[in-house]
Design a protein around this ligand. Structure first.
Ligand code: NAD
Length: 309
């Protein structure tokens, strides 16, 4: 039997993700939104591309949760996105209400071993909220941010050096936001440290552009925020879980002492397989990286305190 994947939020990220999953042809998709007609219309439209592209995935749109029963993977994209001038943290109160309600409903009738991937911003705080509301084991609640932040960093480095993105490996740790920590020391191009290929001052500019990567797109679009790279990044995590790939991807996960962070969702490299997070990968950090990661964790903690969870 095909797996069932639920995507909550049929907006830019959710609908594009539903399309990407359907086109991969390994799972049926349930698309949920509160706006009447929106998930139904988009689901039908995606499904009607099946005969042309050659996939048999069923895509169902709904305003309720009956159709989500038995889902093995749930992706939460519901919530408001940033407008120009807003930080991700400005979204916290509205999205706290939305994510709380959605997590309660969607986990009620999901598969007993379901894995939850959170995309709604502010990401690390929303992942923590979903963990707390769902009461699922920490391994099965994961936030998506690092794959996207790393993808942006890799894209900029590849552009700079005119090399294939495939040959650029990079690490971005920390919270999804202005405090993210791109680890240039562990960033390589076909195994060669990037510091040998790009001058320090230029690399610093690329790091800054990576930090501002989301805002750059928000400012260009003026309405809405990025969704092509975000949905592709979620898909990498969905694939890793669905196919038990044991991939090491930067994700927001619940730390209990790793990297010196306690009881908080922060972005670190994690190995993902069928059960969700299989292990947190600890890499040696320099003192300045450690300070930057702690600053990032402190920013997440502040938001968690604002939410009162
Ligand atoms: N983690 C990341 O890296 C990352 C990247 C991109 C976007 N995001 C975040 O993802 C979220 C979605 O972004 P988007 O561009 O798709 O926004 P969007 O506005 O296009 O879509 C959000 C959808 O959520 C729906 N929604 C609102 N409340 C709901 C509820 N209670 N139940 C079901 N659906 C509900 C809305 O009707 C809307 O269709 C935002 O919070 C955004 O900031 C995160």
């Amino acid at each position: 039997m095909r797996k069932k994947i639920t995507v909550v939020g049929a907006g830019n990220v959710g609908a594009t993700l539903a399309q990407r999953i359907a086109e991969r042809d390994y799972a049926d998709v349930v698309l949920v939104d509160i706006i009447e007609g929106l998930p139904q219309g988009k689901a039908l439209d995606i499904m009607e591309s099946g005969p042309v592209l050659g996939f048999d995935s069923q895509v169902v749109g709904t305003n309720g949760y009956d159709e989500t029963a038995g889902s093995s993977l749930i992706v939460i994209t519901s919530g408001i996105a940033r407008k120009p001038g807003m930080s991700r943290d400005d979204l916290v109160r509205t999205n706290q209400q939305i994510v709380t309600e959605v997590v309660r409903k969607v986990t009620q009738n999901a598969a007993s071993d379901a894995v939850l991937i959170v995309v709604t911003n502010p990401l690390d705080a929303m992942a923590q909220l979903a963990y707390s509301v769902s009461k699922l084991p920490k391994q099965r609640v994961i936030g998506m941010a690092g794959v996207l932040d790393t993808a942006r960093f890799r894209a900029f480095i590849a552009q700079e050096l005119r090399v294939s993105v495939r040959d650029v490996q990079a690490y971005v740790l920390g919270g999804h936001g202005d405090t993210m920590v791109p680890l240039t020391r562990l960033t390589t191009v076909a195994g060669v440290p990037v510091s040998q290929l790009i001058r320090e001052d230029r690399l610093a500019q690329i790091v800054q552009r990576t930090r501002d990567g989301g805002a750059e797109i928000v400012n260009l679009l003026k309405t809405g925020s990025a969704y092509y790279a975000p949905s592709a990044s979620v898909l990498a995590m969905v694939d890793a879980v669905t196919f038990d790939q044991h991939r090491i991807l930067p994700c927001s996960v619940y730390l209990e002492g790793e990297y010196g962070v306690h009881n908080l969702y922060v972005g670190v490299p994690a190995q993902l397989g069928a059960g969700g997070v299989e292990r947190v990968v600890e890499v040696d950090l320099t003192d300045s990286d450690r300070v930057a990661l702690q600053r990032s964790a402190d920013a997440v903690k502040e938001l968690v305190e604002v939410m009162g969870i």
